[in-house]
Every structure is written in structure tokens, then in C-alpha cells.
Design a protein around this ligand. Structure first.
Ligand SMILES: NC(=O)c1ccc[n+]([C@@H]2O[C@H](COP(=O)([O-])OP(=O)(O)OC[C@H]3O[C@@H](n4cnc5c(N)ncnc54)[C@H](O)[C@@H]3O)[C@@H](O)[C@H]2O)c1
Length: 245
């Protein structure tokens, strides 16, 4: 295992959704802390390795569609040891219920929920017998619900269910938690072409601003480290107070 500047033994960390947003911030934070980071994304994440070449840890990039079982199995066949998973790959969908087709629903569930199942299952298979940390990404909307986002919200409820069930099934060897971010300033929200009303509503939270991707990455780093050894099965809000479950 490699020891980071903070004295953490982070070992090898797989970050999915690594090409941008929260995943890219996690790659930067873990590499900075000395981890050996494996970056996976459906987009070529090669640019990440170039921008982080001076960081303390090592970085390897691999292509993977997390919704596709063969692609996930191919990814894991090229990984020898894994100490931590940070599973950030995901998509969002804003769509009124009565306009949502079964295919629309299935697409979100395939990436966000089936993808979490596939990647999480294979990560836990690697960690069995040695221990490790699994960090999933749900959402504050998993607690609050949100009109016109029901497929997305359902997928994130499902992610919480996986985290809680795996935490019980894999204890005490492997710790499993889900981060529940509030609105974070990434392309995912920009791609929503948010109306001023939608944006104003998102900002109507106690801290009155969007979070930054690194603010999620810092919590992931904490969950991967020694300070989190008594935390498992939790949905952890990093949300500016948007929900208080
Ligand atoms: N941004 C927010 O406000 C927010 C809030 C709560 C939860 N989240 C969750 O955090 C995670 C990261 O979100 P983000 O804001 O960084 O989004 P983003 O769109 O900026 O990044 C998502 C990444 O996932 C990758 N990806 C998408 N489908 C994939 C697939 N099938 N296989 C592999 N990679 C795939 C994309 O290529 C992209 O690089 C998501 O799960 C999202 O639901 C985000």
C-alpha cells in the first residue's frame, strides 16, 4: 500500500465516472493523498492522467460502461488488488412521469442502479478475504424525492439500499457507505439547462450555494481512511443542509 501525505494507507482505489465532475475530483484527491488510482469511465479519461502526472500516487485509465456486465468484468480482470471503490458513474434524467417511457426508466436504472450493482459486486469480490472500503454515490434526492426526476430518485434510493444491505453482508471486513450529495457544481447540473426557477430552488438551502466536486471528494477520502473505520451502512449527506433526514 502507498502512504499519502496525510499518513493514510490508501492502496489501490478504483474511481468510476472518473472523466469529469465528482469522479475527477476524487481522482485528484486520492492521487494527491498517495493512492494508486484506477480511473474508469465510458468516456476516455486519458486527459486526467496528463493533468495529474505530478501527483504523489499513480494513475491508470480504463474504459468501461458500468451498465454492461461484460465491460465491467473486463475492467476487473485487469485489476489485481483493490482496496477501495469510489463509484461515481451516473446519469440524471429530468422527465415528467406521464412522458416517461419504460425505455427512459430502464436507461437510468441500468446506469445508476444496475451499474452500481455490477461494479460493487466485482469490487467486493476483489476485497473478500482482505478487506476494503466501498463508497457509492446516491443523492440528497434519495431522501426528499423530486417531481419530474422519479427514475433518477428511484435509482438513488436503490443505491442506498445496496449500501445498507452490502454493509450488513460484508461486515466487518468491508465497510460500505453511500455519499448523498446536494447540488454540486458539475456538468451534470449544467446539462440540465436549469431554469432560473429551478436554480433558485436548488440554492434555497441553508448554505445558499452549490457544492464543489472537491467537497464530495474530501468526504470520500475520509471514508477511505482510518478515521472512518467505525462507519458502515450510512447515507452521508454532503449537501449544504438541503435535506436533514
Ligand atoms: N452534481 C450533482 O449535483 C449531484 C448530486 C447528487 C448526486 N450526484 C451523483 O454523483 C455522481 C457523479 O455526478 P457528477 O455531477 O460528477 O456528474 P457528471 O455528469 O459530471 O459525471 C458523471 C461521469 O459518469 C460517466 N458515466 C456516465 N454513464 C456511464 C457509464 N454507463 N459507464 C461509465 N461511466 C459513465 C460520465 O461519462 C461522466 O464522466 C452521479 O452518480 C450523480 O448522480 C451528483
Amino acid at each position: 500500500m502507498s502512504t499519502g501525505a496525510g499518513g493514510q494507507d490508501l492502496g489501490t482505489v478504483l474511481v468510476t465516472g472518473a472523466a469529469r465532475g465528482i469522479g475527477a475530483a476524487c481522482v485528484a484527491a486520492f492521487a494527491e493523498a498517495g493512492a494508486n488510482v484506477i480511473c474508469a469511465d465510458i468516456r476516455p479519461p486519458d486527459a486526467i492522467a496528463a493533468t495529474l502526472s505530478d501527483s504523489a500516487g499513480s494513475i491508470r485509465t480504463l474504459a468501461c460502461d458500468v451498465a454492461d456486465e461484460a465491460s465491467v468484468l473486463a475492467l476487473f480482470s485487469s485489476i489485481d488488488r483493490l482496496d477501495c471503490l469510489v463509484h461515481c458513474a451516473g446519469i440524471i434524467q429530468e422527465m415528467p412521469l406521464l412522458e416517461t417511457s419504460a425505455d427512459d426508466f430502464d436507461r437510468v436504472i441500468a446506469v445508476n442502479l444496475r451499474g452500481t450493482f455490477l461494479v460493487g459486486r466485482e469490487a467486493i469480490r476483489k476485497m473478500a478475504g482482505q478487506g476494503g472500503r466501498v463508497i457509492l454515490i446516491a443523492s440528497d434526492l434519495a431522501y426528499s424525492g423530486r417531481e419530474t426526476f422519479s427514475a433518477y430518485v428511484a435509482s438513488k434510493h436503490g443505491v442506498l439500499g445496496l449500501a445498507r444491505s452490502w454493509a450488513r453482508e460484508c461486515a466487518p471486513e468491508i465497510l460500505v457507505n453511500a455519499l448523498c450529495p446536494g447540488p454540486i457544481d458539475t456538468a451534470m447540473l449544467a446539462a440540465e439547462s436549469m431554469s432560473p426557477e429551478w436554480r433558485a430552488r436548488e440554492l434555497d438551502i441553508p448554505l445558499g450555494r452549490f457544492g464543489q466536486p472537491n467537497e464530495i471528494a474530501q468526504m470520500a477520502l475520509f471514508l477511505a481512511g482510518p478515521g472512518a473505520r467505525y462507519i458502515t451502512g450510512q447515507g452521508i449527506g454532503v449537501n449544504g443542509g438541503s435535506v436533514m433526514p
